[in-house]
Design a protein around this ligand. Structure first.
Ligand code: UD1
Ligand code: CA
Length: 459
């Protein structure tokens, strides 16, 4: 069996955050989720996460996922270090297992790399294999010391390294693959006899070798994957890498991104072919967008389903559904639970909330449509307000097919306007409108002839 132990008990103090470092989100997904998902994608069946200080918060966040949590006691009375962290998972390590060690704060690691590490480890019959990288900035990293034959002999920490060892440009990524039984055995032999008085997992390599076992080092193809997050600056760096991975994935799938580095698409979003995304668009949550859509600048779509050939310009769409060929914006707002049919036109400064609109209906300008069920071919004039709230309760309005709601009308809910109901502009409608009726609810106009002259205003 193959398993992962993911270390996440470090304090993360450089984040200066109230919450656990690994719960911060990159492209809408927590740092730790990236690691766990890649681990699962590499077929590591059992995932153990070692947590420290804010462990409760992390456990709570992942309570519905098949993750085994272990707590590392943190404080002056306890030792510290990556070796001590792995020891917390001892009782989960089976003798005949292959154990991969990962960090909870390195979200760029990819399942393909984990798989390559495991197969290199197995093919060469190594008992311990470390994933290494060539870096230009070596500070803080453990160095890979190799013997004359080119085989790894040990890992030496930056602080413990001799001047010549410090020059080695191959570093320890912190990711390893071990034989379960021998890992447990070696963990019982590590000491805190080093510059930091910590238990180092890195010592396991040297111990295995000393005990006569084969150990190896596998050089990663793309060293960007080993970047960890200790600060918000590093978090922004990792997010940029993840964002371009996501954006490249969509472009490979046939989506046009006019200005990719200026487009924010979260990890769970799906987009159909030949859709064009303009700069300054945010697609978030569980959003799904169909084919041949045009999404223009200044649009944010959160957890919504947009079908095909939809046009959206600088608008906010939250938890809603939009059917084929509908046009939205500029500057429209679909609040949660809006359901728009096909070929609808929602124009500027229209707000829709918890409402359904049938095919071919229109609300071109300056309207509020809240808590309403509107049929098809309905025209909602400029400035129409669905008055849905009396200060205590919300009520619904129903408008039938082919109805016409004149500009600047208020429809006071609860209300029913039947099919072909017509409402004159400027009306305040409080009573039902039957099929085919014209309803006028405004004071009648009075014209006073010659009034201006009589007043002496016009001479
Ligand atoms: C470690 C390696 C170093 C390697 C580097 C790569 C050791 C001794 N050194 O360095 O060779 O180049 O990673 O980034 O292993 N953690 C715990 N509990 C602890 C200590 C750490 O869970 O008691 C976790 C942290 O949350 C973090 C990871 O282990 O996710 C690495 O800890 P960190 O302090 O960043 O590693 P270094 O000691 O700097
Ligand atoms: Ca450290």
């Amino acid at each position: 069996m193959e398993m992962a132990i993911i270390l996440a008990a470090g304090e993360g103090s450089r984040m200066r955050s109230k919450k656990s470092k690994v719960l911060h989100k990159l492209c809408g997904k927590t740092i730790l989720s990236y690691v766990v998902d890649e681990s699962k994608a590499a077929n590591l069946e059992k995932n153990i996460v070692v947590v420290g200080h804010s462990g409760e918060e992390v456990r709570e966040h992942f309570k519905d996922e098949p993750i085994i949590f272990k707590s590392q006691p943190i404080g002056e009375d306890f030792p510290y270090g990556t070796g001590y962290a792995v020891m917390q998972a001892l009782d989960e390590i089976e003798d005949n297992s292959t154990v991969v060690i990962l960090y909870g704060d390195t979200p760029l690691i990819q399942s393909t790399t984990i798989e390559s590490l495991i197969s290199y480890h197995k093919k060469n019959k190594f008992k311990g294999t470390v994933l290494t990288a060539k870096l230009s900035d070596l500070e803080g990293y453990g160095r890979i010391v190799r013997d004359e034959g080119g085989h790894i002999s040990k890992i030496v920490e930056d602080r413990d390294a001799s001047p010549s060892e410090k020059l080695i440009d191959e570093v320890n990524s912190g990711i390893y693959c071990f034989d379960g039984r021998l890992l447990k055995d070696a963990l019982s032999k590590i000491t805190a006899d080093n510059a930091q008085n910590e238990y180092y997992i890195t010592d396991v390599i040297e111990i295995l070798k000393r005990d006569g076992h084969k150990v190896g080092a596998y050089l990663i193809e793309d060293s960007v994957e080993i970047n960890g997050i200790n600060s918000r600056v590093q978090m922004a760096f990792c997010e940029e890498v993840l964002r371009s991975r996501i954006n490249e994935y969509h472009m490979e799938n046939g989506v046009t991104l006019i200005h990719p580095s200026n487009t924010y698409i979260e990890a769970g979003v799906k987009i159909g072919r030949d859709t064009i995304i303009h700069p300054g668009v945010s697609l978030e949550g569980e959003t799904e967008i169909g084919e041949d859509c045009i999404i223009r600048s200044g649009t944010r779509i959160e957890s919504s389903k947009i079908m095909n050939s939809v046009n959206i310009d600088s608008s906010l769409i939250e938890k809603s559904f939009v059917d084929d060929g509908t046009k939205i914006g500029p500057n429209a707002h679909l609040r949660p639970n809006s359901h728009l049919g096909s070929n609808i036109n929602i124009g500027n400064f229209v707000e829709i909330k918890n409402a359904t609109l049938g095919d071919n209906s229109k609300a071109g300008h300056l309207s509020y449509v809240g808590d309403a069920d509107i049929g098809s071919n309905v025209n909602i004039g400029c400035g129409v307000v669905f008055v849905n709230y009396n200060g205590r309760e919300k009520f619904r309005t129903r408008v039938g097919d082919n109805a016409f709601i004149g500009s600047n009308s208020s429809l006071v809910a609860p209300l029913n306007v039947e099919d072909w109901g017509y409402i004159a502009a400027g009306s305040t409608i409080t009573k039902e409108v039957k099929e085919g009726e014209l309803s006028i609810a405004r004071t009648e106009q009075i014209n006073k002839e010659g009034w201006v002259e009589k007043k002496g205003y016009k001479k």
